[in-house]
Design a protein around this ligand. Structure first.
Ligand code: AMP
Ligand code: MG
Length: 367
């Protein structure tokens, strides 16, 4: 199959919408990452999404909606909120009006209209209204929910440009709508709301959890240690909480601290991991490479270092994170090291989550 990258003209949006109506798949830009979209209520189209991505069926999909669909309409259609208390409904309403369109996904009890394949057999469905104008135009044109996981093969780095989608999926889908680089660059924050209105964070993402907490005026529960989640889906509240995800092809090791803060004892296990690799890639959080290189070079006398920098401010780093990782993955380095982000607030939390899951366990573990 030939894959065409299309500019988002109104003619091309119509072309893509017609393909979606026929049950074909289209990659679309969103503000988080590019999505592999298919008709969300058509089981055959949804099955194709799993096949094209090589995604295991236990990992449910997010349904994307056009803006301004009122909650009452969703209730009579995709959702079954019969068990929701009035307070829970009010909370849901206020989350929708405040954070949609935007990178917040809400997990809610589903109706029978949503295919079990979308929800992986769970009684809930994940919904989101993307803010990207091209995604919105496409959703308006198709007039149906679009299931759209990230447009990459399962477990790999999410694409944040049309070219990155092409590298992942060319030959597997007919069209990629090119909406430029994604402005957020990290997947949505996934929040589950119980019928009593209790929110649980299932995935940190594009809306900082602190922002949600400030809006709701309460602390948000984390499911049991999602950050250290295991390699299979059992016992996980959200099936996407896999330990390994967003991963480059090459082994990536997450440093125990920022390079400038590493202690002499930290270097020995790092050096033994790196030994034998002539080219080593480093993902650092700094505006200026000099200090980092000065500190790194004495420890890697034998290796050529390939440094990729991200801004220390997490909201400036996020849009480039997956792109820099992809760049390192495609370059000549055979082993990658990543600094943890300097700030664990705001998007720093989601960046740390992605790096942790992209990383390989140390062998032996650092002290
Ligand atoms: P993505 O692969 O980026 O589209 O991510 C979708 C995320 O939402 C994954 O982490 C899924 O496990 C999660 N998710 C989707 N639907 C549900 C659901 N019904 N219950 C819990 N988590 C869900
Ligand atoms: Mg994904």
């Amino acid at each position: 199959m030939q894959t065409d990258i299309l500019s988002p003209s109104s003619g091309h949006i119509e072309l893509a919408a017609a393909a979606l109506r026929r049950g074909q798949l289209v990659a679309m830009p969103t503000e988080t990452v590019y999505g592999l979209a298919g008709h969300g209520l058509d089981t055959a189209a949804v099955a194709q999404i799993f096949a094209v991505k090589e995604r295991p069926h236990f990992n449910p999909l997010i349904l994307h909606l056009a803006p301004a669909i009122p909650l009452e309409k969703l209730q009579g259609w995709l959702l079954d909120l019969a068990e929701f208390t009035p307070a829970a409904r009010e909370r849901l309403e206020s989350l929708c009006t405040t954070f949609w369109p935007g990178p917040l996904t809400l997990v809610l009890p589903k109706s029978a209209v949503v295919p079990d394949l979308v929800s992986s057999g769970l009684p809930t469905v994940a919904l989101r209204v993307p803010a990207h104008p091209v995604a919105q135009a496409l959703l308006q044109a198709v007039q149906m929910p679009l299931a759209a996981p990230s447009a990459n093969r399962f477990g790999r780095i999410s694409p944040t440009s049309a070219q990155a989608v092409y590298a992942e999926l060319s030959g597997r889908i007919p069209y990629i709508l090119d909406g430029g680089n994604c402005s957020v660059g990290l997947e949505s924050t996934v929040l589950k709301l119980s019928p009593e209105g209790i929110p649980t964070l299932l995935r940190p993402g594009g809306i900082p959890v602190e922002t949600l907490e400030a809006h709701l005026g309460l602390r948000i529960r984390l499911p049991a240690d999602w950050a250290n989640a295991s390699t299979h889906s059992e016992g996980l509240e959200s099936p996407g909480q896999l330990r390994s995800h967003y991963a480059p092809n090459k082994p990536l090791f997450l440093l125990p601290a920022r390079v400038l803060q590493l202690q002499p004892a930290d270097w020995q296990p790092i050096q033994s991991q790196v030994s034998g690799h002539a080219h080593v890639g480093i993902l650092g959080f700094a505006r200026d490479p000099e200090k980092l290189l000065e500190r790194l070079q004495p420890h890697f006398a034998e290796a050529i270092l390939h440094l990729e920098l991200l801004d220390p401010d997490p909201s400036l780093a996020a849009p480039s994170l997956f792109d820099r990782l992809r760049h390192l993955d495609e370059g000549s380095a055979t082993l990658l090291l990543a600094e943890p982000p300097p700030l664990r607030q705001g998007l720093g939390h989601a960046i740390m989550d992605r790096l942790r899951r992209a990383s390989t366990p140390w062998n032996p573990p650092p002290p």
